[in-house]
Design a protein around this ligand. Structure first.
Ligand code: ZN
Length: 422
């Protein structure tokens, strides 16, 4: 357990993934919070003692109905489920049927497909569910009966609040819970019902992503069908990997990982399109203008068109990000870079020494550095330094990518190609 948690932290560091707080549900602070909330819900009469008779998947740690199974097996794990008969504490989930339906009919779950799956199941009727199990060695003890352990999902879901409780509770409710499709039910039905019972506000959105396959097959450690991200990062630049995953797979669909696709995206888009434009502008300025941005002349129609695109691009890309369509966001960035390349090509500054194409091209490069920062952060930083710009991209702000903020007379550093061909 400790070793796995450490690996996840290392993985985040290696892939430049930042987080405010890394919680483990073994923390004392978390356990105390869960016990406190359990007690509160119990005292409201929303938890009662009863006998559970039915099926249980030990890997999901979830009670299953016959209708959930495929050939008598857990659809998620493909293992036989167990028959159980034991004393449990139950949560009155059935009482929340109407409220959950109302919630789901709004745009609580993204995408629609996942919303309908859950809606259909809720419409068939919610039953009360067991939320404790007797005689387990591992887990948080129920405060009302020490022989019972709180159901792991009830325990786990409350981590979203225990992590910020009490000193940062102002951040609740969450704007988004980003989850995989296998745990949608817990987040979209059980979690809101528990929150309503405990008197907390509900998160604003549940965004459900797809699964990753490898070479057309399900990821399975036992079948040896998996990718070790640490090995992948030894073979390829972290930014190329990040770019590939964000660019290649629509977030709501299942994706199929193939290494040749990673190389292809890297070569055709990062290197031949975005990197090519950036390097052309910078190296031409460096060699022909001593690295100094020239004074522009009156802008002609082509120049105006590029300025118009620069003005628009952060909004276009931002809308895709807001809608969790990250692949489309990168598509928009690529289209912008294609357009920039065409502009530069048409201007032929190597023949004309046209100052406008250098001045505007440099500003388009600056916009690209800002737009790419969430996707390829270390390359964006590198580019920022090559542009010899002060401060950080974060401080500069997303919307400033729409402006021309590199001025005549500004001197850039020696450029280097940003991305390597694979
Ligand atoms: Zn299972």
């Amino acid at each position: 357990m400790d070793r796995n948690a450490a690996k996840f932290i290392q993985l985040c560091q290696l892939f430049n993934i930042s987080f405010d707080y890394f919680i483990r549900t073994t923390e004392e602070k978390h356990a105390n919070f869960v016990r406190e909330v359990f007690k509160k819900i119990y005292e409201k009469g929303e938890i009662y003692k009863g006998i559970y008779r039915g099926l249980y998947c030990p890997l999901c740690e979830e009670f299953k109905g016959e209708e959930d199974l495929i050939d008598g097996k857990c659809p998620e794990h493909g293992v036989e489920v167990e028959y159980l008969e034991e004393e449990n504490y139950f949560f009155r989930l059935s009482k929340y049927q109407t409220k959950i339906l109302e919630l789901l009919e709004k745009n609580f779950i993204i995408p629609e497909k996942r919303k309908h799956e859950v809606l259909e199941r809720v419409r068939r009727g919610l039953k009360d569910i067991s939320i404790t199990r007797p005689n387990l060695t591992w887990g948080i003890k129920a405060p009302v009966n020490e022989e019972h352990t709180i159901y792991v999902w009830v325990d786990a879901l409350f981590n979203y609040i225990s992590a910020i409780y009490p000193e940062n509770l102002k951040y609740w409710p969450a704007d988004v819970h980003l989850i995989g499709k296998g745990i949608n039910w817990f987040h979209s039905v059980l979690w809101p019902a528990l929150l309503l019972a405990a008197g907390f506000e509900l998160p604003k959105k549940i965004v459900v992503h797809g699964y990753l396959n490898i070479e057309g097959k399900k990821i399975s450690k036992s079948a040896g069908n998996f990718i070790d991200p640490f090995e992948l990062a030894q073979k390829y630049e972290v930014d190329s990997i990040r770019y590939f995953f964000l660019r290649n797979f629509p977030m709501f669909e299942d994706g199929d990982f193939r290494e040749e696709l990673l190389r292809e995206r890297n070569n055709t888009e990062l290197v031949a399109n975005i990197g090519n434009f950036v390097y052309r502008v910078l190296s031409f300025t460096f060699t022909k203008f001593d690295g100094k941005v020239p004074q522009p002349q009156e802008l002609n129609e082509e120049d105006q068109r590029l300025v118009g695109e620069i003005n628009q691009i952060p909004k276009l890309v931002g809308e895709e990000i807001e809608g969790f369509r990250l692949n489309r966001a990168l598509e928009k960035i690529n289209e912008f870079a294609i357009s920039c390349n065409q502009y530069f090509q048409a201007k032929r500054p190597w023949k004309t020494l046209d100052p406008n194409s250098i001045y505007l091209g440099m500003n388009a490069v600056r916009s690209l550095a800002i737009l790419l920062a969430p996707f390829t952060p270390s390359s964006s930083q590198k580019l920022w330094r090559q542009l010899n710009l002060k401060g950080s991209i974060q401080e500069e702000g997303w919307d400033s990518a729409s402006e021309l903020r590199i001025f005549p007379g500004h001197i850039i550093n020696r450029p280097e190609p940003l991305f390597k061909k694979l």
